[in-house]
Design a protein around this ligand. Structure first.
Ligand code: COA
Length: 260
């Protein structure tokens, strides 16, 4: 398959999906999300593929977030639909996949980029990687499952600190918090991801699929946090602060938030 925004490579039973918008630090625009949906679905349906490694093109970024330029036109309902559609077609699809998916985080993983890595089953990071959920700097909250998956991975206190400060953390800090499984040099990154995935591929595939399903089923019942996130994400798009946050990013200046 050939995609506008992805490179696809096969290495024995491993399918590489490489996000390839290097000039925009691999930011996830709608077209890239549609490509990801198609590429992941194809990998799940291809008997020759045992598992997937997702990474970003170039040396600088895994994915620097959702494409902020596409936010400009969105109102509250548009924002809600963006989050709902993205979660269902890409992020939940990955998390609930019947084949193991490893994120090889090769640089910035911010906003939707960190959310993409967190939807994967295992994360390996290069030592230059920087991670964070900077949405509040745009007058938004994470909308692709970040409030839920970050909390599951690092606990509520650390998740709230990262989300509310919008700070980026280093790969070493991410490893200390349990956000990434391993940190290696950039040169060793793909070899480490392959080593883990090749070990998993020696195990029984149906048991691996069952393990993913059972671990995912362990999240608590009750209020659905993902639904709440979608609603709140949409509401943020109706605020003046959101307009100011996005305008400031695009004009490369600091935002001046009014709380309106
Ligand atoms: N959406 C759209 N475009 C983005 C982007 C995003 N999330 N992240 C980076 N880009 C673009 C920049 O606008 C720039 O485009 P240009 O060359 O046409 O001006 C290009 O990618 C390179 O980014 P730049 O900001 O010049 O690189 P930098 O090294 O100075 O800074 C970052 C790197 C990651 C700190 C910075 O790009 C950034 O803060 N990005 C946004 C992160 C974010 O808020 N993500 C969450 C979105 S919900």
């Amino acid at each position: 398959m050939v995609f506008q925004n992805l490179l696809i490579e096969n290495k024995e039973r491993i399918r590489y999906i490489i996000i390839n918008r290097e000039s925009k630090l691999n930011a996830l625009n709608k077209a890239t999300l549609a490509d990801l949906h198609a590429a992941i679905t194809d990998a799940f349906n291809s008997p020759a593929v045992g598992g997937i490694i997702i990474t970003g093109a170039g040396q600088k970024a895994f994915v620097a977030g959702a494409d902020i330029a596409e936010f400009v036109e969105l109102d509250a309902e548009g924002g809600r639909l963006l989050a709902q559609h993205g979660q269902a077609t890409v992020f939940d699809l990955i998390e609930n996949g019947n084949k193991p998916i490893i994120a090889a985080v090769n640089g910035f993983a911010l906003g939707g980029g960190l959310e993409l890595a967190m939807a994967c089953h295992i994360r390996v990071a290069s030592d230059n990687a920087k991670m964070g959920l900077p949405e509040v700097t745009l007058g938004l909250v994470p909308g692709y499952g970040g409030t839920q998956r970050l909390t599951q991975l690092v606990g509520k206190g650390k998740a709230l600190e990262m989300i509310m400060t919008a700070d980026m953390i280093t790969a070493t800090e991410a490893h200390e918090y349990g956000l990434v499984n391993h940190v290696v040099s950039q040169e060793e990154l793909l070899a480490k991801a392959e080593e883990i995935l090749n070990k998993i591929l020696l195990r029984a595939p149906l048991a691996i699929a069952s393990a993913i399903k059972a671990v995912n089923a362990g999240t608590p019942d009750g209020v659905n946090g993902f639904e709440t996130e979608i609603e709140e994400f949409g509401k943020c798009f109706g605020t003046q602060d959101f307009k100011e946050g996005v305008a400031a990013f695009l004009a490369k200046r600091k935002p001046d938030f009014k709380g309106k």
